[in-house]
Design a protein around this ligand. Structure first.
Ligand code: AVJ
Ligand code: FE
Length: 463
């Protein structure tokens, strides 16, 4: 059994939040950057040491790479960006660039490639890391766009953590006994939350031009007018979603878009992925554990189409990503957009269920300290949230530092997800962070919450 919950950021509870990156001395920033890289590596190591070599090279699902591919790909990207580009050093393994180029080989074909074996891959990533840390020591962090405030190092730490979340999804797809463990998430404090919160009409600042490690698709900051709307206080729970399934929601085309219905029918989907019916109860498999589906946790492993169908059945709709971000960042007291729902301070364990400290979403209401000024809970952490928005560039977008991070994915075929999951590291989630995927995807740790337009009477009353 391997545990990855005792990470450095997990022990900061109670201490004052550290200053933001742009206010730190060069030395401090360098130390912080090294620590973030180290945290990512500790997680990659835990996720790949939890299983034996056979398991590492096996493909657990056509949707995923073998874990050993993710591991060496992490090293390859670090070599390309930190060792070669920032450091100007000689390539270590130019011969394997192509093998670990995600655009050359679709996931389904990766097991057939002449990949580095487990011990070679481990040796490779360690060698790259030692060179990258040496580059970090010798790089001025106030230079150009790539190195300023340590951007390239932050980008590579986020890249590793994104693949760690992907590897965690591979663990969830894997058959066999449990190999990961973590303590249970907190229970909600007492007190019922209102079902929904009204977000008042008006403009807000969406995206960012100042967040140092924000990726290209989060930039630049731009004003967006958002009509008044109501948003669920918490993500939709398993109990609420089960009511949709038990009401025949999966069998009634009225609730589904044409594409959603075609997809549902072709694959005979009748419940969230990993759920099964036994007698009068829903059960699920979670990292190798069979358990009754807990009522009060956010639903996850639903596609965009299932989220959309639930919303229509409930007489509601999914929020746009602008609505989601306004609910998460807009502070009505100042009119300013904040970095996170709770303010500008870095995520702490009391704010949100992030970083694989737990192996499940927390029940709704479990993070009152993470609520937004308008009173919306659990926007960050627990489950990614599907929005109704296609993944598109913001006005003024410029690809940086490479087109293949975001630009090649813009268009109607990808939907935006927001907020991160229990499996997302704090370095890879922000109020502005944008994730995207195909609307059919269910293996990711994604759920959703619903929104609705205000009624004419509510608008007139200025609620
Ligand atoms: C932003 C999560 C959609 O995993 O496909 C990893 C991140 N980009 N390597 C993905 C990414 C290049 C990306 N997502
Ligand atoms: Fe990648």
């Amino acid at each position: 059994m391997t545990s990855v919950h005792s990470e450095p950021h997990d022990v900061s509870g109670g201490r004052p939040a550290p200053p933001p990156l742009w206010e730190r001395s060069e030395e401090d920033l360098r130390a912080h950057t090294a620590e973030v890289l180290h945290r990512a590596r500790a997680r990659s190591t835990a996720l790949t040491e939890a299983v034996d070599d056979d398991d590492l090279v096996r493909q657990h699902s056509k949707l995923m790479s073998p874990l050993v591919w993710d591991l060496a790909h992490i090293g390859s990207q670090e070599e390309i960006w930190l060792v070669r580009d920032v450091g100007g050093r000689e390539p270590l393994r130019p011969d394997i660039d192509d093998l670990y180029d995600a655009f050359q080989h679709p996931r389904a074909t990766r097991p057939e490639l002449p990949l580095l074996g487990p011990s070679e891959a481990r040796g490779y990533v360690a060698q790259v890391r030692s060179k990258a840390l040496d580059v970090l020591e010798r790089t001025t962090l106030s230079g150009d766009a790539l190195t300023g405030t340590g951007f390239a190092f932050g980008m590579i730490a986020q890249h590793e953590q994104q693949h760690d979340e992907t590897m965690l999804a591979t663990h969830q797809l894997r058959r066999g006994d449990p190999v990961l463990r973590a303590p249970e998430p907190p229970r909600p404090a007492t007190g019922d939350l209102p079902d929904e919160v009204v977000v008042p009409a008006g403009p807000f600042a969406m995206g960012t031009s100042v967040e140092p490690w924000a990726l290209d698709n989060e930039r630049p900051v731009h004003e967006v007018f958002v009509a008044g709307f109501a948003l669920d206080t918490t993500p939709v729970t398993n109990a609420a979603f089960a009511a949709f399934a038990d009401d025949g929601g999966y069998r009634d085309s009225r609730w589904w878009s044409a594409e959603g219905w075609a997809y549902r029918s072709a694959h005979d989907i009748v419940a969230p992925r990993f759920w099964r019916r036994e007698g009068d109860r829903w059960w699920r498999r979670r990292f190798g554990v069979d358990e009754p589906v807990p009522d009060d946790e956010p639903v996850m492993h639903v596609s965009y189409y299932e989220a959309e169908a639930f919303a229509r059945w409930a007489g509601r709709r999914l929020p746009t990503e602008a609505e989601w971000e306004k609910a998460a960042r807009f502070d009505p007291a100042t009119g300013r957009s904040r970095r996170y729902p709770w303010g500008d301070g870095e995520p702490e364990p009391r704010h949100a269920n992030l970083g694989q400290r737990h192996l499940r979403p927390a029940p709704v209401g479990a993070y009152p300290d993470g609520a937004s000024p308008l009173g919306v809970h659990q926007l960050i952490g627990d489950v990614w949230e599907w929005t109704s928005s296609d993944f598109r560039p913001y006005p003024g977008f410029a690809a940086f530092p490479y087109r293949e991070y975001s630009e090649v994915f813009f268009g109607p075929e990808h939907k935006v997800l927001r907020g991160g999951s229990f499996g997302s590291d704090p370095v890879a989630v922000r109020g502005t962070f944008r994730n995207w995927d195909y609307p059919i995807r269910r293996q990711i740790f994604a759920g959703f919450r619903c929104a609705r337009d205000l009624t004419a009477a509510e608008t007139a009353a200025g609620v």
